[in-house]
Design a protein. Structure first.
Length: 126
């Protein structure tokens, strides 16, 4: 009976060792695919530009400003987006082949059913 128990324990242990290695390899491959996609997304196809503009309609730093910053940061081709609630200023660094001043403006103005407006937009090449 002891031999059967030891054999069963060895068999189960072997299955876990082999099974875990397969899962680890799959997880590594999944992470590599995500990293490759992120690298491809961040490749610069055009020229980098910086847009600076005022945002009217914000009422709080954590809700409004951070939400707008997050939406802008999530756009394809945007390298960096910062929204300062106190000065009501947004600064966005972006690839001009993937975004433009009109798309940035539309993104901000679509948030919260048009609660925010973009004013004094200036774009300069970096």
């Amino acid at each position: 009976m002891k031999i059967v128990k030891l054999g069963l324990v060895a068999l189960i242990g072997g299955v876990f060792l082999v099974g875990c290695k397969g899962e680890t390899k799959k997880e590594v491959e999944a992470v590599e695919q995500v990293e490759t996609a992120a690298t491809e997304t961040n490749e610069v196809a055009g020229n980098m530009e910086q847009a600076t503009f005022q945002i009217e309609g914000m009422t709080c730093a954590l809700g409004c400003a951070k939400m707008i910053e997050g939406k802008l940061s999530g756009l394809k081709g945007v390298k960096e987006a910062m929204v300062d609630f106190d000065s009501k200023t947004a600064t966005v660094v972006f690839d001009d082949a993937k975004q433009n001043s009109e798309s940035l403006t539309q993104t901000v103005q679509k948030i919260a059913n048009g609660a925010y407006t973009v004013e004094n937009l200036e774009v300069k090449a970096l």
